[in-house]
Design a binder for this molecule. Structure first.
Ligand code: GLN
Length: 534
């Protein structure tokens, strides 16, 4: 039977609950436990797939094609936990299924209510993962901040679960903030007290307080927080800012978090440390030998979280190459108006990520033309591959006005277009080509050199495809189809001749990259960029 750790957050959002949950999972895995992690999101969207990245940040995709919160990306990067559509529970999913059951007549005769029907549905979903897999501990992160109206059913569900399971089977970790007030020169505990008070009102007593702080917490403050928040002094855990996110597990271990959690859950296991992670990730991050400058040219550059997995995968590529990757973020619209020679000066590699819609497209096409002609290493992802195809069709094959039908329905040369099955799609939610599909790689290509394998499996999230009618025409001019999905005869990876490293893929390799196992394309891309002189 799985034990449970519920992670809630208080005072403000963006405290890094997801990172805290992922890091705790890492520490518990290092003790030899099998962990499952779930993210609960209280919004009414069924999934974040239809949200703008500016609203939500990146949409993270699992193997089974679920469109999820970016915290699931942290979970996968830090742990071996298996994630699927069951790892993400949104209020939208919960209400959708309760209302569907009501219409079917499942609750015949009853009034359907938030308590018990919505809360029961939440509990069932939380317990489902542990039922299907042999899991020792399930970590459940509740999105949002305690005090929000919409997260109440989730908090009520975990209150009930804690009561039903009892001590030693379920605990609550509350992540909170100790703001430092400059003018007073003091770190304040009151917001934490208030937020724990809010939790107590709904019947949840936290077992551990994880305090996010800029400055170390003194013993005196730990005692004060313990006394006013009803927790043991040792359960006041300092979570101070670290230079890099991959240092969080070590920082929390130093605070004794894993030992504390195991004690509260009454689990006895020896401490084997965190050696491999510290050697292979933290140490390499802290003191790299080389440096490299890579530009990401995209549309959602202003938002830190929009290309989360891309930025992380670049860092992983750096770790594998013993290099610090300086990521230069460039808004593609600015390249439309500006001069790529100036904007991309000193850049050793260029990445064009995924995206939707017209804005910034011409800037990206211009960027590809520049890097193709100047022979700067290039990794194109999803929309990035489509852009590379359009650029090649226009500027190498002379197909003037070539485009994707996403941006120009009436283009004379639709080199990127919709498959028949996508033309029939009516609902926009969860209807893209989603999740893992296989791809066969052509030997003798840069991609094969990177993967060292013929058959690969990668995650997808797109509607539009390379239009096979243009295959021969483009290939004649040096366009290489380096990877193909054989089932549907779809182009998955392209390269071009006579370029040091020009690889673009229709799938999203960034979702499968880990700090201690960089994705082969990211590793090879960073290697190529390092070879390109500044
Ligand atoms: N907009 C493009 C499509 O739907 C690319 C999607 C993406 O980059 N994720 O095919």
């Amino acid at each position: 039977m799985s034990k449970y750790i519920f992670v809630t957050g208080g005072v403000v959002s963006s405290l890094g609950k997801g990172l805290a949950a992922a890091s705790l999972a890492k520490l518990l895995e290092a003790r030899g436990l099998k962990i499952a992690i779930i993210k609960c999101d209280p919004y009414l969207n069924v999934d974040p797939g239809t949200m703008n990245p500016f609203q939500h940040g990146e949409v993270y995709v699992t193997d089974d094609g679920a469109e999820t919160d970016l915290d699931l990306g942290h979970y996968e990067r830090f742990t071996n936990a298996k994630l699927s559509k069951d790892s993400s529970i949104t209020a939208g999913k919960v209400y959708y299924s309760v209302i569907t059951k009501e219409r079917r007549g499942d609750y015949l005769g009853k009034t359907v209510q938030i308590i018990p029907h919505i809360t029961d549905e939440i509990k069932e979903r939380i317990k489902k993962l542990a039922k299907t897999d042999e899991v020792d501990i399930t970590i459940v992160e509740i999105g949002g901040t305690v005090g929000d109206i919409e997260s109440l059913p989730f908090l009520e569900a975990i209150r009930q679960m804690r009561w039903e399971l009892g001590e030693n089977y379920a605990i609550n970790i509350h992540v909170t903030l100790l703001p430092y007030i400059k003018s007073a020169g003091e770190q304040k505990t009151k917001p934490t007290q208030h937020s724990v008070g809010r939790l107590r009102e709904i019947g949840i007593l936290p077992n551990i307080l994880m305090c996010r702080t800029e400055k170390p917490i003194t013993q005196e403050q730990r005692e004060k927080i313990a006394l006013f928040c009803n927790v043991d002094v040792e359960a006041v855990v300092e979570a101070s800012d670290v230079k890099h996110i991959y240092e969080v597990p070590s920082a929390l271990k130093k605070e004794g978090l894993d030992t504390l959690v195991l004690k509260k859950l009454n689990i006895k296991l020896p401490d084997k440390g965190l050696k491999a992670w510290e050697e292979n990730v933290v140490k390499r991050l802290r003191s790299p030998v080389h440096e490299v400058r890579i530009a990401v040219v995209g549309k959602y550059i202003a938002l830190q979280d929009a290309y989360k997995s891309i930025y992380e995968a670049l860092v992983h590529g750096g770790i594998a190459n013993n290099a610090r990757v300086h990521i230069v973020k460039i808004d593609s619209e600015s390249i439309e108006k500006g001069d790529p020679r100036k904007q991309l000066k000193g850049i050793q590699g260029i990445l064009i990520p995924g995206g939707f819609g017209n804005r910034g497209i011409e800037g990206k096409i211009r960027t590809v033309q520049y890097l193709r002609e100047k022979k700067i290493p290039f990794l194109g992802i999803c929309l990035g591959m489509q852009i590379a195809t359009i650029e090649f069709a226009r500027n190498v094959c002379g197909l003037k006005g070539a485009n994707s039908t996403e941006f120009d329905k009436d283009t004379k040369y639709p080199v990127i277009s919709l498959l028949e099955e996508q033309k029939r799609v009516e609902n926009l939610g969860a209807s893209m080509r989603l999740g893992v599909f296989s791809c066969e790689i052509q030997k003798g290509t840069k991609s094969f050199e990177a993967y060292k394998r013929v058959t690969i499996e990668e995650r997808h999230r797109h509607r539009y495809e390379f239009n096979n009618e243009y295959r021969a025409q483009l290939q004649q001019k040096g366009f290489i189809i380096a990877g193909r999905n054989e089932d549907k005869d779809l182009v998955e990876i392209i390269e071009i001749k006579d370029h040091p490293w020009f690889v673009a893929c229709q799938f999203h390799p960034e979702f499968k990259s880990k700090p201690d196992a960089a994705h082969p394309l990211f590793e090879a891309f960073v290697t190529a960029a390092m070879k390109h002189s500044k």
